[in-house]
Design a binder for this molecule. Structure first.
Ligand SMILES: *[C@@H]1O[C@H](CO)[C@@H](O)[C@H](O)[C@H]1NC(C)=O
Ligand SMILES: *[C@@H]1O[C@H](CO)[C@@H](O)[C@H](O)[C@H]1NC(C)=O
Ligand SMILES: *[C@@H]1O[C@H](CO)[C@@H](O)[C@H](O)[C@H]1NC(C)=O
Ligand SMILES: *[C@@H]1O[C@H](CO)[C@@H](O)[C@H](O)[C@H]1NC(C)=O
Length: 665
């Protein structure tokens, strides 16, 4: 249930047992659920970046790079750094295991475990080329305060570019988080809403202040509440019928039969139209138009332009003849990019591929738990490969869309909306006759019979692979969870490694890396859950490390002399200069979360390692209190074997278990 959405107490009572309610929480990469760095159990602003419709608890703070909280210093935050795939060819994939819990069940329809609602999951990401000269106002960022970005509508529909720029400058705050750009929201607020949509008996006559109802008003968001610069209409519907900055990774559909429809309509490969108007004839493109269809667009002097989505621009191919084709498994197209300034000019674009689509993994209703197979709900994302070899700043987004069969979700449109003699097939809290003298009320909110939940990651980097790891498959091994015991962190989770059972071959690589916060204190207000941060070491702080165990049932790590893991590892990449790094140095680094790199000065020649020597550095506190909360780690290759490992700080037998296994075949 979603308290943040409900301000009125009497309404709250009606919604105590909503027919359809559920939430989605991302655990890897860590989902923010709109948190930033709050020390409280509840997030302080449910509208910070996006509309989650989730509970106010849950979510993870942005990472801290050091042992102290970053607070207002964005440079002291830590963004996860994943290596891109090495090429588009099989065998060079980088994989990130997406892990989540969803409350109301999804997937499959077996007789033994029938589903109680329809469900679709949409996995997407958005990136920005870190080598582009992106204006500060548009920079993808986590921000250092929890307030939502500002927005003001134009004074009139006739606005010059200068006036628009002033409006933007006064709205966008560099200290606040930003994912979609300001223009995206402005465009949404100024474009008429799609009046063909089913809105049941919700009254969406709301006016954007300029005389008409726009795409910020939807059945699920009838008041047009703003959350970050997300466009409510785009958020609620997929596939969306206009261009959007999001790229589809995968659709986890109700069943396999639905996949061809989802895939063929994905903006990854299916271009969509938008109405384009100019500031003055022959002038610059306005970033918005009121018209959402071809007829209105053309009748009002606009141009109905077809736009394409893309992975990145291929600036070096200047003509169609040079551009179009397939190179090293990547498709190149000559088309108008969705964010074009000059809509008459086609450009060479690296195309996206059709998204993956499969049946969603089965999960049980009213239960934030694992799937049928006893494993975490997860999806193995093959990270993109960018031929430019540019680093990208990115965000991951996952939506969880559930609907009932009380009306046909795909064929019910605006002709079923309550108006005149028409009565919507679903009504708010209807009373039904059950044959007795009194009627019974159903808890049904038509803003929610067909509802989308969402979680998003904080910003992360997709880095090109350095030469030493250019080829081969690469897996990411991370830590999930946050400080506290199971009821204190709920609906987030306690610490664990993820994936905690990784299978790979001798030719594959693994990037061990994690991030944590120093402000997971989980103090009051606790919303509808427990407060407190049971755990080891300094209150509120996340720490992890990695040491080898003989058996998973053990809780004592092996002394270095008995370990096999480090002698059997080849360091393929490490973020500092370490030629021929020895097993003991690697083990020391992993055990100290990067605090130490060498034992003695005499064995630590390189300049950038001088501040990380056991002999000279302040002693590492035995619960890692003075170690950094995040660890950039290393990329390793292992020889055949089974390696069990644990975290010395958080593993606390009978209370917490943070252990994992790497099996190398
Ligand atoms: C959710 O599902 C409904 C059908 O029930 C569909 O109309 C809508 O576009 C979907 N939205 C998203 C974001 O998946
Ligand atoms: C797949 O799901 C759709 C949408 O709910 C449904 O109409 C169809 O009957 C399902 N197909 C199968 C084979 O289950
Ligand atoms: C282990 O966890 C329990 C419960 O949170 C706690 O009381 C105890 O102090 C912990 N042990 C250590 C060594 O931190
Ligand atoms: C685990 O926690 C309980 C209290 O919750 C405590 O009594 C017990 O000693 C803890 N175990 C360890 C190893 O600290």
């Amino acid at each position: 249930m979603c308290k943040s959405k409900i301000r009125d107490r009497s309404l709250l009572l009606l919604f105590l047992l909503p027919l359809v309610t559920s939430d989605i929480y991302l655990h890897n990469p860590r989902g923010s659920n709109n948190r930033l760095n709050e020390i409280t159990a509840t997030r302080s602003n449910a509208n910070r970046m996006f509309d989650s419709q989730n509970n106010d608890r849950g979510g993870y703070n942005v990472g801290d790079a050091t042992d102290t909280a970053a607070w207002i210093d964005a440079k002291k935050q830590y963004q996860m750094k994943y290596f891109q795939s090495g090429s588009a060819l099989p065998g060079d994939e980088s994989y990130l295991d997406i892990e989540w819990t969803n409350q109301h069940g999804c997937g499959g329809n077996e007789d033994t475990s029938p589903q109680k609602q329809n469900c679709i999951m949409i996995l997407q990401y958005m990136c920005q080329d870190a080598q582009d000269d992106v204006p500060d106002a548009d920079m993808l960022r986590d921000g250092v305060e929890t307030i939502t970005q500002d927005y003001s509508k134009p004074y009139s529909l006739v606005e010059s570019e200068v006036q628009k720029n002033i409006r933007k400058i006064y709205s966008v705050k560099l200290s606040r988080g930003l994912q979609e750009k300001w223009e995206w929201y402005d465009n949404c607020n100024l474009r008429e809403r799609n009046k063909g949509l089913f809105t049941a008996d919700q009254q969406l006559n709301a006016n954007n202040g300029l005389g008409y109802s726009s795409a910020i008003y939807t059945r699920q968001n009838p008041q047009g509440t703003m959350r970050g610069y997300e466009c409510p209409e785009e958020r609620d519907y997929h596939p969306y019928w206009h261009p959007s900055p999001w790229r589809d990774i995968s659709i986890l559909a109700e069943n396999q039969t639905m996949c061809s429809s989802h895939q063929s309509k994905s903006f990854n490969t299916q271009p969509y139209h938008e109405c384009v108007e100019m500031y003055n004839p022959g002038g610059k493109r306005k970033h918005w138009s009121r018209w959402n269809n071809q007829k209105d667009c053309i009748n009002n002097g606009g141009k109905w332009i077809q736009f394409s989505n893309y992975l990145e621009k291929a600036h070096s191919y200047l003509s169609e003849a040079r551009c179009v084709g397939t190179r090293n498994g990547m498709r190149y197209i000559w088309a108008v990019p969705y964010d074009a300034e000059d809509v008459e000019q086609k450009e060479c674009l690296v195309a996206l591929e059709q998204p993956d689509c499969q049946e969603a993994p089965w999960s049980r209703s009213n239960h934030l738990g694992d799937g049928n197979d006893g494993k975490n709900l997860n999806y193995r994302w093959r990270l993109p490969y960018f031929p430019s070899a540019h680093e990208h700043r990115c965000v991951f987004r996952m939506r969880y869309n559930i609907s009932t069969d009380d009306y046909d979700p795909y064929r019910t449109d605006s002709s079923y909306n309550t108006a005149g003699n028409v009565k919507s097939p679903v009504q708010n809290n209807p009373e039904i006759d059950v044959g007795g003298p009194s009627k019974l009320q159903l808890a049904l909110n038509t803003a929610q019979t067909g509802r989308v939940f969402q979680d998003r990651s904080h910003v992360f980097l997709l880095r090109p692979r350095p030469m030493s790891i250019q080829n081969g498959r690469l897996f990411n091994l991370n830590v999930r969870g946050k400080r506290g015991n199971i009821v204190q962190v709920y609906p987030a989770v306690e610490y664990d490694f993820t994936p905690n059972n990784l299978e790979m071959t001798e030719r594959d690589m693994v990037h061990i890396q994690w991030t944590g916060s120093n402000t997971h204190n989980n103090i009051a207000p606790g919303g509808d859950g427990d407060t407190g941060d049971a755990g080891e070491g300094t209150g509120g702080t996340d720490r992890s490390n990695l040491v080898q165990l003989r058996k998973l049932n053990d809780n004592f790590p092996l002394p270095f002399e008995s370990t096999t893991m480090w002698n059997n590892a080849d360091v393929m990449w490490i973020p500092y200069y370490a030629p021929g790094i020895t097993a003991d140095k690697l083990a020391l680094n992993m055990a100290s979360a990067g605090y130490y790199r060498c034992v003695t000065t005499s064995r630590c020649f390189e300049k950038d390692n001088q501040n990380h020597i056991v002999e000279t550095k302040t002693k590492l506190q035995n619960q890692l209190n003075n170690a950094p909360a995040s660890y950039e780690g290393a990329v390793l290759r292992f020889r055949k074997g089974i390696y069990h490992y644990m975290c010395t700080r958080n593993n606390n037998f009978s209370n917490r278990s943070q252990k994992g296994t790497i099996t190398v075949l």
